[in-house]
Design a protein around this ligand. Structure first.
Ligand code: ATP
Ligand code: MN
Ligand code: MN
Length: 301
């Protein structure tokens, strides 16, 4: 075949295992990756993603015409998406009940790509026990002007505080601006307790260092600070899943990293579809233990 000029040697794009239409359509600007490139990435990354995405309610960010056209966040399965797509009926806070995506295998992921999905976001609980979270996520959102080194240092400080509370955590660069600090949990505590823990933890950080952190979403309070977004730990909230591509310039990818590697990264969006092989190499160096720990929240009364 043709020589792919903008991708380094070492990456051999796999053929997607389901039919992808409009594979030549550029999704990230005229010279950027195409829908076919996106499908090849997910074909290669599916084995890495499945431990995190399978058996979990998922929402999609779809951009059928590319990131410069309309994108929409889709929580509910529609008819006609094909037999690969699983679903689960979930009652929402407003009392309505609708089917959410549950993607069990590579074919399901690729089917979503065929339907224009770029990003994959997951609930914090599994489909077989949706009322009990199996992970806690702190979404570190920096205000403008805060460099990646500051985010990395903040994330490592959170790691230390959470370790003092008996929780092992793992960092992921989001492909955007920030880092997610993730604590896997054995399901047990309910959503209210988990959200309460996350909120108290974020507020304690703000109280200790109010110039550096805020636990408040308000724009004014975020000025010059890192917002510790604890609201990802609310029933029905989602967070971007490991190895999801982001619908942002340059086709960055959300990538699990090791704590020791975090400070040496140049930014949260430096793993991109320009070099998928580098992401796969990085994934093997991080290893299969990332994101795994057997632990529970100790909730104070
Ligand atoms: P960044 O590092 O740039 O902040 P991020 O993925 O953390 O990247 P946020 O804007 O902080 O982005 O959003 C956190 C999470 O909120 C997302 O990962 C996603 O799951 C969820 N989210 C984002 N957009 C929407 C939306 N339109 N509707 C519902 N949930 C969303
Ligand atoms: Mn964020
Ligand atoms: Mn956020």
């Amino acid at each position: 075949g043709e020589i792919e000029m903008n991708q380094p040697a070492g990456w051999i794009a796999p053929q997607p295992s389901i039919r992808i239409t409009h594979a030549d359509r550029p999704l990230f600007g005229a010279d950027g990756p195409t829908k076919g490139d996106l499908a090849s990435w997910y074909e290669a990354a599916a084995p890495l993603m499945l431990p995190f995405i399978a058996n979990r309610p998922v929402a999609l960010l779809r951009c059928p015409q590319g990131i410069s056209e309309q994108c929409f966040f889709q929580k509910h399965v529609q008819k006609g998406w094909g037999k690969e797509i699983g679903s689960l009926m979930i009652e929402e806070a407003d009392g309505s009940t609708d089917p959410v995506f549950v993607l069990g295998d590579k074919a399901a992921i690729l089917r979503c790509v065929q339907m224009g999905a770029i990003e994959f976001h997951g609930w914090g609980s599994r489909a077989d026990d949706i009322e009990h979270p199996d992970r806690l996520v702190f979404d570190l959102d920096p205000d403008e002007g805060i460099g990646f080194a500051d985010i990395a240092a903040a994330a490592r400080q959170m790691r230390d505080h959470l370790a003092d509370m008996g929780l092992v955590t793992f960092p992921m660069v989001t492909g955007g601006k920030g880092v997610h600090v993730i604590a896997p949990l054995d399901p047990g505590a309910d959503w209210a307790a988990t959200e309460g823990f996350a909120k108290s933890f974020a507020q304690a950080l703000e109280q200790a260092e109010p110039r550096r952190y805020t636990a408040s979403m308000s724009k004014a309070r975020r000025k010059g600070r890192i917002f510790i977004d604890w609201m990802r730990n609310r029933r029905g909230s989602t967070a971007v899943l490991p190895y999801s591509v982001r619908a942002r310039d340059g086709a960055p990818v959300a990538v699990p990293v090791a704590w020791d590697d975090l400070p040496s990264l140049a930014g949260a969006n430096r793993f991109t579809l320009r070099d998928p092989g580098a992401i796969l190499d990085h994934a093997s160096s991080v290893g299969a233990d990332w994101g795994k720990a057997s632990q529970t929240l100790t909730i104070a009364d």
